[in-house]
Every structure is written in structure tokens, then in C-alpha cells.
Write a protein that binds this ligand. Structure first.
Ligand code: HEM
Length: 400
């Protein structure tokens, strides 16, 4: 990576400047994860880039986890790069710091607890089976379009008790809020979510059920209920966070399985709890969320002089790929001991949807391998990658 003499702020040590665009890391088109790992290996733990309005990047796994979990030094006020877009985000609970963050998280944790997710397993399994069964006789399928883009949103619609009719529109809006240079601006996509969710939340307020949206509008937080604005910002965040992540994670996973018959065989003989446990190694290998924190005050941090208000990017994918943390890190080894990663973050904002995500991935793998144990990538697949808040894989077409 070239070190450039650019017009950089005075507090930045020029030896830490790397001219990299986090949304176009060199080599990412061919392999998103290899590209980030190569950047990590060629760089000091913390670097500064002039791209995207200028920001830091934490590239060492342990340093990234430190930034992510330490809300005393690193705020969630702005978590999207560039800063001008991040300022518009303002969703709940992602852009709120503790202690104000706590009651919102309590609400989400109870609405998406392990017990609640276990209660959804059979719905998730039935959805997976219904989608996979028709593929078997076809001998091939566009996994991205026919499964990955349909499955998580169907589960989400079940979780919130909403019919599937508008799922395409929702996916489009979610993509617009997680990718750079979207076809409609971030604010317009956010308003689209509010327009969609507003009447549904009103209906749940009037007639609550057992679903997550009813829980959001009726839950008691510190002796009150959420305002209309708060419930919209919270419900929108849950929707965005739970769709594009799973869509692309499934794409990266199935591409890897298509290319690795030994791993398929190892997974095919496991019982379901073992498959569920094995997904942790997949999440380590295929982390994909690139977010940021706002520096709260001037400080020296792992060789970098950070200034209050600077943004520091935390590409969660680099933690699991750090060789100092997980040896031979590009290899998926489901027997790996002490596997560590930040795919779901760490600290107060750690993903409340992780049990749901793990279940969606494990059920997909188990039900797929049961019916289609042997498969490969088709010649007309387009597994090119791109980056955004969520790493993307274009089109995984499988045949058998
Ligand atoms: C592949 C699947 C997923 C990955 C890799 C993932 C990753 C993450 C990460 C890294 C964060 C932390 C953000 C931060 O530290 O600022 C996060 C937060 C969050 N995730 Fe997930 N997620 C996934 C699936 C889901 C699902 C299925 C849902 C819900 C349906 C969900 C809901 C959320 C919410 C609401 C937050 C914000 C939590 C807070 O700010 O307190 N996620 N996720």
C-alpha cells in the first residue's frame, strides 16, 4: 500500500497514512476477506486514510475489539463513514452510548432472546425446507436470488408478524442504507422505512400481539413506553441490521462450501447442535460488517494521535483473520480451539440478533446438505465482491 504525501491534518503522523478507500480495498472484487487481511498484514495496527473525508482504521484484531467495546473512549454517536452520511444515521440503539443505550438494549435483548429464537427454530426450518426442496430436482439454482435474498427477510417477517408482500421493497431500502453510492440517498431510504413501518407500528399499538414489533411498542423502558419516533428508529435499525448481513453471509458461506468438498463432508455428518456450534468458525472466517466509532477525546492510541471527533473505522472482518489471534486464519477449521472474532461486535452494542443469525445459517447448512450434499459453483456465477457497511457477494449460482 503506497504511503502518500497528501494534505493531511497536523495531528496525523505521515508514516501512518495509507491511501485506501474502505469501500474499494485493493483486491476486494476477487476476495473481500483476503483483501482486508492483506491490508492488515501490510499495515501498522492503526492507520489513517484521506479517503471518505479522512478517518482512522483499526486493523489489528485486538485493537479493533478494544475500540469497539470501550464506549468511554469511543462513542457510537457516528458509526457510518463518511462522517457526512454517518451524521444522518441516528437510529436506535446503534448511535446511542451507555447509559442511555441500556434500556433500549434491554428491550431488544428480551425481544430477541435465545429462548425466543429457539421458539422460532421450527418456523426457520420450515422456511428453509420450503425454499430448498424445489431446487433438488432442478440440478442448479441461483442461490443468491432464490435463497439468500428471500430467506432472512421471510424469517424477519415471521419475527415481526408482517406479510411477505413488501419484502422486495424492504430489501431494496436496506441495501440503500448499507452500501456506498446508493441509487437513493440514505435519508430517503430511512424515510422509506419509516413510511412502511409507521402504520404497522400504529396497528400493533392499538392491538398488540406476541411479535417483536408489538414488544417494541408496548415494552416498559424506565417507566414509560417508546415514543412514535423512537419506535420507528428502533424497528428500522432491527430491519436493516438483520437483512443484508445474513443475505451476504450466506453467500460467502455457500461459495466456500461449493469449493470445499471436505468441509461439506465434515458438516454433513454433524447433528444439529454441532452444526450450530460450527457456525462460530464460519462467522470468524467471514465477518463482514465495517462500521466506525467517534473518538471522544484527544489520546495516544497504539502509536496514533487521535483527536476528539475523529472517526475510527472498525472492519470487524479483520479480527477473525488476524494471524496473531487465529493461526492459519483463512482455513475454515470447525475443530479450531479458542476461535476468536468480532463478527458480531463486542461490548455494549454486540449484535442482539446473533442467536437468530446463527440459527438461520445452521439450519440452512443442515437442510441444504441433507438434500444436496454435493454441489459446485456454476460457470455463470458471478462471485465478485464489493464493500459497504456490509461486505457483499454478487451472485452465487450453484449446480449439482
Ligand atoms: C450475519 C449476520 C449478522 C452479523 C454479522 C451482524 C453483525 C453485527 C455487528 C458487528 C453489530 C455491532 C455494531 C456496533 O458495534 O456498533 C451488530 C449490531 C446489531 N445487530 Fe447484528 N448482525 C447480524 C445479524 C443480525 C440480525 C439477524 C439481527 C436482527 C434481526 C441483527 C440486529 C442487530 C441490531 C439491532 C444491532 C444494534 C445493536 C446495538 O447497537 O446495541 N443483526 N450486528
Amino acid at each position: 500500500m503506497a504511503t502518500l504525501a497528501l494534505d493531511i491534518p497536523d495531528h496525523i503522523d505521515p508514516s501512518l497514512v495509507v491511501d485506501v478507500d474502505i469501500y474499494h480495498v485493493p483486491g476486494q472484487v476477487d476476495d473481500f476477506h483476503q483483501a482486508w487481511k492483506a491490508l492488515q498484514q501490510a499495515s501498522p495496527p492503526v492507520v489513517w486514510t484521506p479517503q471518505n473525508e479522512g478517518h482512522w482504521i483499526a486493523l489489528s484484531g485486538p485493537v479493533l475489539a478494544e475500540v469497539q467495546s470501550d464506549h468511554e473512549r469511543f462513542s457510537n454517536q457516528i458509526i457510518v463513514i463518511p462522517k457526512s452520511v454517518g451524521k444522518l444515521h441516528q437510529l436506535i440503539p446503534t448511535t446511542i452510548d451507555p447509559p442511555e443505550h441500556r434500556p433500549y438494549r434491554k428491550l431488544l435483548n428480551s425481544g430477541m432472546s435465545l429462548a425466543k429464537v429457539r421458539g422460532l427454530h421450527e418456523t426457520i426450518r420450515a422456511t428453509a425446507v420450503e425454499l430448498i426442496e424445489p431446487f433438488v430436482a432442478q440440478g442448479r439454482c441461483d442461490f443468491t436470488a432464490s435463497y439468500a435474498q428471500v430467506f432472512p427477510i421471510s424469517i424477519f417477517m415471521a419475527l415481526v408478524g408482517v406479510p411477505m408482500a413488501e419484502s422486495g421493497h424492504i430489501r431494496y431500502l436496506a441495501e440503500c442504507m448499507t452500501r456506498p453510492n446508493p441509487p437513493i440517498p440514505f435519508e430517503e431510504a430511512k424515510q422509506g422505512f419509516f413510511d412502511y413501518l409507521g402504520p404497522i407500528l400504529d396497528a400493533r399499538r392499538a392491538n398488540p400481539g406476541e411479535d417483536l414489533l408489538s414488544h417494541i411498542v408496548t415494552a416498559d423502558i424506565d417507566g414509560r413506553q417508546l415514543s412514535v419516533e423512537e419506535s420507528l428508529a428502533l424497528a428500522t435499525q432491527v430491519l436493516i441490521a438483520g437483512v443484508d448481513t445474513v443475505v451476504n453471509f450466506l453467500g460467502f458461506t455457500m461459495l466456500h462450501l461449493a469449493r470445499n468438498p471436505e468441509l461439506r463432508k465434515e458438516l454433513a455428518v454433524l447433528d444439529f447442535p454441532q452444526v450450530l456450534a460450527a457456525t462460530n468458525e464460519l462467522f470468524r472466517r467471514f465477518g463482514l460488517v465495517t462500521i466506525a466509532r467517534t473518538v471522544r477525546h484527544d489520546m495516544e492510541f497504539h502509536g496514533a494521535s487521535l483527536k476528539a471527533g475523529d472517526l475510527i473505522c472498525i472492519p470487524t472482518q479483520v479480527h477473525g483473520l488476524d494471524e496473531t489471534v487465529n493461526a492459519d486464519s483463512l482455513k475454515v477449521d470447525i475443530a479450531r480451539k479458542g476461535c476468536r472474532h468480532s463478527a458480531f461486535g463486542s461490548g455494549p452494542h454486540m449484535c442482539p440478533g446473533q442467536e437468530l443469525a446463527r440459527a438461520e445459517v445452521a439450519i440452512t447448512i443442515a437442510e441444504w446438505l441433507r438434500r444436496i450434499p454435493e454441489f459446485r459453483l456454476a460457470d455463470d456465477a458471478d462471485p465478485r465482491c464489493s464493500a459497504g457497511i456490509v461486505g457483499q457477494i454478487n451472485r452465487v449460482v450453484l449446480e449439482w
